[in-house]
Design a protein around this ligand. Sequence first.
Ligand SMILES: *Cc1c(COP(=O)(O)O)cnc(C)c1O
Length: 208
Amino acid sequence: MSRRPEDITLLVVTKTYPAEDVRLLAELGVTDVAENRDQEAKQKAADTADLPLTWHFVGQLQRNKARSVARYADVVHSVDRARLVAPLSAAAEAVDRDLSVLLQVNLDDAVDTGRGGAAVADLMELAAEVAAADRLDLRGVMAVAPRTGDPGAAFARLASVSEEIVESYPGATWISAGMSGDLEAAITNGATHLRIGSAILGHRPSTG
Ligand SMILES: *Cc1c(COP(=O)(O)O)cnc(C)c1O
């Protein structure tokens, strides 16, 4: 698949790195940053509130974090169950914002990976819930490649899931896929948003 660079957005995953690094990235022209933990993201977004950044929340979302995430995140990549939809939309309403939402897809057929993601079979129903929510804009799908196996095959599956979603929701064209270790496979398979941490910022301590 031939891809045009302008069709791909680079998200720099800044988890474990300080707000000063976010500032530096912005000076270098980075427009989109991503975090996976609310506590850390909230503080960093506040510390860099003067910068024109788009904030992406890519970690597992808990219902009790919806209020917090809705205050600083522009895009939430990790909506993977219907129970998150109402709290997230209400939280966005409370701060008079609209949130872009991606449905996180579990591409691993292993039972529960602990990494989040809706089963492919449940996606259309989840898409309908998000599309119907007042303050949420369904923008597409997101996935993390399974720990084992060919990431290309996994991302090809994500691309076909995306096609199906787009048939019903023409505006939901985003495919958030690809991390430092598998970004080429993601690009080949239609990723529109890459989530890159260590390849840009360096190796994180293992707690990250
Ligand atoms: C940490 C993280 C990334 C970035 O991973 P790298 O391997 O450092 O590029 C991407 N997506 C999610 C959901 C993450 O938690």
